[in-house]
Design a protein. Structure first.
Length: 337
C-alpha cells in the first residue's frame, strides 16, 4: 500500500486553488499514493473531478469547537490511517489533532511551541520570503520531504458533460460575436478594486468593439453595469461549480485579485487583474500563474499620495479613475481576447 497524504487547507477560495499543484506533484512522485484534501465544504467544487485528489474531507466534520469535538475529529483522522499530514495554514488545533491521530510525518508552517512539542517538520516563511507565491508555498511542503517539484501551475478540472455545457453557454452568450470578456465587479471587500463607475466605463469601451460580448459574472452585479447596452448577466443563483463552468466559456476575465481570478487562472483563462503592491496583496504572492495573465497596479506615485492605509479600501484613484488607465486595461483585454 502506498503513502496516504492528508493536505489541510481549511481557509479561503484562492488558498485552495493555489494549493492544487500539490496533489498533482504528490502523485507524480508516488503514483500509488492516496491523497485526501481537508477543506471547507463550500470549496469542494474547486477540487471536484481532480484526478489527483482521491477524497475531499469537509473541515467542518473534523474541526468542531470544544474538547469533545476535538477528540471526535482526532478519531476521524486516525481512521484515515494517514502517513503524512501537510498543514498549509499555521493553526495549532490541526497540529495537535494530527499528532494525537498518530500521523507519523507532519509538516507545518513556521516555528511554534506545538510544533516543537509534537515533532512537526517546519516550512519556514521568513520576511525575505514574503513575496513567495502561494503555489510555491504549497510545494515547499514537498521540498521539506526531500522532493523537488517540477510544475507549479494551479488546476481546476471539469467533467466532459461540464465542458459540453460550457460550449453551449459560450455559443448562446456570443450571439454572433467572436470573443467573450468576463467582468467580475465585486470583491467582497477582500482586495483593492475599482468603483462600479470605472467598470461601467470599461464595459462601454469593450462593448463598442463589434467582436466582443461582455459577461458580468457577479451574483449581484451593480445595476449601472447591467444598464450598459450589450452587457449580459450569467444566471441568478449559480453555484460555485456553475461559476466554474461559466468561466470556462470566457476568453478573458477582468477582476480584482479575488476568487474568480484564481479560478480562471486554474482553468487556463487569461486574466487582467487589479492588484495592490503591498507585500500581503502583491502579484508576486497572488498573481496569475500559467495563463498569460496581465497585472494592473495603481499609477506611479499614486500609492505614496493616496494610500488609504487598508488596501481593501483602495479604489485606485481619489477623484475618479484616470481614463488612461481604463484605456490601458481595454488594450490589455483586446490583446488577450
Amino acid at each position: 500500500m502506498g503513502p496516504r497524504f492528508l493536505i489541510v487547507r481549511q481557509d479561503r477560495l484562492g488558498d485552495v486553488v493555489t494549493s492544487t499543484p500539490l496533489p498533482r506533484e504528490i502523485k507524480r512522485v508516488w503514483p500509488d499514493a492516496r491523497v485526501t484534501v481537508l477543506a471547507r465544504a463550500r470549496y469542494e467544487a474547486v477540487l471536484r473531478h481532480n484526478p489527483h485528489v482521491d477524497e475531499i474531507l469537509p473541515s467542518e466534520e473534523v474541526f468542531g469547537e470544544g474538547l469533545r469535538a476535538f477528540w471526535i475529529g482526532v478519531r476521524r483522522l486516525r481512521a484515515g490511517r494517514y502517513t503524512h499530514a501537510l498543514m498549509l495554514l499555521p493553526w495549532s488545533r490541526s497540529g495537535w489533532m494530527t499528532f494525537f491521530a498518530g500521523i507519523p510525518v507532519r509538516v507545518g508552517v513556521g516555528y511554534a511551541l506545538h510544533h516543537v512539542l509534537t515533532g512537526v517538520k517546519v516550512v519556514r516563511r521568513r520576511m525575505n520570503m514574503v513575496h513567495q507565491h502561494e503555489c510555491d508555498h504549497a510545494l515547499a511542503f514537498l521540498k521539506r520531504l526531500g522532493v523537488e517539484p517540477v510544475d507549479d501551475t494551479p488546476e481546476v478540472h471539469l467533467a466532459a458533460a461540464e465542458r459540453d455545457r460550457a460550449a453551449v453557454l459560450r455559443h448562446a452568450w456570443l450571439d454572433g460575436r467572436d470573443r467573450l470578456v468576463g467582468l467580475h465587479v465585486g470583491s467582497g471587500g477582500s482586495a483593492p478594486n475599482w468603483t462600479p463607475d470605472d467598470y461601467v466605463d470599461l464595459a462601454r469601451r469593450l462593448t463598442a468593439d463589434p467582436r466582443l460580448r461582455v459577461i458580468v459574472t457577479d451574483p449581484e452585479p451593480p445595476p449601472e453595469i447591467l444598464a450598459v447596452p450589450g452587457v449580459v448577466r450569467i444566471a441568478d443563483g449559480a453555484s460555485l461549480r456553475d461559476d466554474i463552468v461559466a468561466f470556462t466559456a470566457l476568453d478573458v476575465m477582468v477582476s480584482s485579485s479575488t476568487g474568480p481570478m484564481h479560478l480562471c487562472t486554474a482553468l487556463g483563462v487569461p486574466t487582467v487583474t487589479l492588484f495592490c503592491p503591498l507585500p500581503s496583496c502583491a502579484p508576486s504572492l497572488w498573481g496569475p500563474r500559467g495563463n498569460g495573465g496581465r497585472v494592473v497596479l495603481p499609477a506611479p506615485g499614486y500609492c505614496a499620495q493616496h494610500c488609504p492605509g487598508d488596501p481593501h479600501d483602495c479604489t485606485y484613484a481619489d477623484d475618479g479613475l484616470p481614463s488612461s488607465q481604463v484605456a490601458a486595461v481595454t488594450a490589455d483585454v483586446l490583446s488577450l481576447a
